[in-house]
Design a protein around this ligand. Structure first.
Ligand SMILES: Cc1cc2nc3c(=O)[nH]c(=O)nc-3n(C[C@H](O)[C@H](O)[C@H](O)COP(=O)(O)OP(=O)(O)OC[C@H]3O[C@@H](n4cnc5c(N)ncnc54)[C@H](O)[C@@H]3O)c2cc1C
Length: 455
């Protein structure tokens, strides 16, 4: 029973199992579904690659590169097309390009003049009056003013969390902003100083590299999942749903329903790499308070609607895509110009829009049926981006608990969870609910835990 059981075969569990194996540990990965990947789900057919969940990652995380290299898919990393550089925001009645530099910001029409000047006034912002966790919205209004916060900052958080900026914790969702305030008082001043220091310390083009290229894999993100699965081989059990955990004999008895049959395994250590609400269920008989804390991590529902247009029926859109801040009161959170970003994902010059609907802002929309979601996405694309053609193919994915919401108090909650877990030796948690929602965060955190467990 010297093996470690990893429960959950999303990218967190897979990266952890890979790392443990690479560090010479025996590992068994138990995944409840018949497929691996969790949120990462790629569909490939007829020269079309669509993603049910995540679309891309920033190629700047060493752990992600190391994982891809270790499982033989590093050569399949594909960076976004240069045509995808521009980003757009829907505000004040039309799509406007997001300026890429401070001088361009001052000249742009992304915000009314008064709001742009208010942003420059950020240079004189004081530090927060207390060390208490603050919402992203409150933090933004203090630094950037009301308008810039509800247009720019809200759009940025929508693209990552699909959340409510007045509920999200700034320290948990954008720790780099809190750090800039702590160290430099003003975000603008902090950003200038950081850039200067980077330019000094890094070789030519180094800070570009630090930002990372938006990337996926040939064949979509599931290529990474497939590479890990091949490397782990028989250590991976799919269709193996974990139903209970009992401590004993210096380890853990794990009850599993594998392809309908009940089985028990004895593991020296167990890692729950499931969504928080599943982990909470497994923790309940062990520590009710801990379970309640884990269960209190909220999720925003989100629907993903793919609309594919025949070549020539609608102009290929410029840039990565657009986001819609909540003050616009639209039904779309945003859209990714997926075929502009990664042309190989829609062969033959077809145009693929990936529309996002719902989030913490409009959870009700995620309950619409597929037809209604396609109609909604088409109506919104027509009004916001002028797309009038009829799609030749549509596809809808609904995530009722899609993206974890790191609401105010999240960091304190995580510290309490960590302290409670320390009283259950050999039991650990990892996954997107705790210390970062992006693929890079999941892999980095899984690797760090793997290194700790491997000693
Ligand atoms: C619509 C959407 C778009 C996103 N876009 C991006 C993006 O572009 N870039 C980015 O970096 N991130 C993005 N994310 C976030 C990212 O996809 C996720 O945070 C990440 O994939 C989560 O991985 P995970 O392994 O922590 O969790 P999950 O993927 O949720 O995996 C958990 C696994 O546990 C399994 N499981 C559950 N219960 C049991 C049980 N009892 N026994 C065994 N197994 C169990 C599940 O079946 C699942 O496979 C997006 C997320 C969504 C939903």
């Amino acid at each position: 029973m010297s093996f470690i059981a990893v429960i959950g075969g999303g990218i967190s569990g897979l990266a952890l199992a890979y790392r443990l194996r690479a560090r010479g540990k025996d590992v068994v990965l138990l995944e409840g579904e018949t497929r691996l990947g969790g949120n990462i789900q790629t569909r490939r057919r007829d020269g079309l690659v669509t993603e049910a969940g995540p679309n891309s990652f920033l190629d700047k995380e060493p752990a992600t590169r190391e994982l891809a290299a270790g499982v033989g898919v590093e050569g399949l990393i594909r960076a976004a097309d240069p045509a995808a550089k521009a980003r757009y925001l829907y505000t004040r009645g039309r799509l406007r390009s997001v300026p890429a530099s401070p001088p361009a910001f001052l000249k742009s029409d992304i915000l009314p003049l008064g709001a742009r000047l208010r942003v420059m006034g950020e240079l004189f912002t004081g530090r927060a009056a207390s060390e208490m966790d603050e919402s992203l919205g409150a933090f933004g209004r203090r630094h950037l003013g009301k308008v810039a916060t509800s247009v720019l900052l809200d759009a940025v958080q929508t693209g990552i969390y699909a959340g409510d900026m007045d509920a999200l914790s700034v320290g948990a969702t954008f720790p780099q902003l809190s750090k800039l305030e702590r160290e430099h008082r003003s975000l603008i001043l902090g950003a200038i100083r950081t850039q200067k220091a980077q330019r000094k310390a890094l070789p030519e083009g180094g800070s570009e590299k630090l930002r990372g290229a938006l990337s996926t894999f040939e064949g979509g993100l599931e290529t990474l999942v497939e590479g890990i699965a091949r490397t782990l081989g028989p250590a991976v059990h799919t269709g193996a749903k974990v139903e209970g955990l009992v401590p004993g004999n210096g380890g853990w008895r794990v009850s599993v329903r594998e392809h309908g049959r009940q089985a028990e395994l004895m593991a020296s250590q167990v890692v729950l790499a499931t969504p928080a609400y599943v982990a909470a269920g497994l923790l309940r008989p062990l520590d009710e308070k801990l379970s309640a804390l884990v269960e209190s991590i909220a999720y925003a529902p989100i629907a993903v609607v793919h609309l594919v247009y025949a070549a020539g029926s609608t102009p290929p859109p410029d840039g990565f895509g657009f986001l819609v801040p909540s003050l616009e009161k639209r039904r779309l959170l945003g859209a990714i110009h997926a075929s502009t970003v990664f042309p190989f994902r829609a062969e033959g010059g077809r145009v693929l829009y990936t529309c996002m609907v719902g989030g913490a802002r409009r959870p009700d929309l995620v309950t619409l049926n597929e037809e209604a979601l396609v109609t909604l996405a088409r109506e919104e694309l027509k009004e916001l981006a002028g797309v009038t053609a009829a799609p030749v193919f549509t596809e809808v994915f609904r995530w009722t608990r899609g993206i974890p919401q790191y609401n105010v108090g999240h960091l304190g909650r995580i510290a309490t969870i960590d302290a409670a877990l320390a009283r259950l030796p050999g039991l650990h948690l990892t996954g997107n609910a705790y210390k970062g929602v992006g693929i890079n965060d999941c892999i980095r955190n899984a690797f760090a835990l793997g290194d700790t467990l491997a000693g």
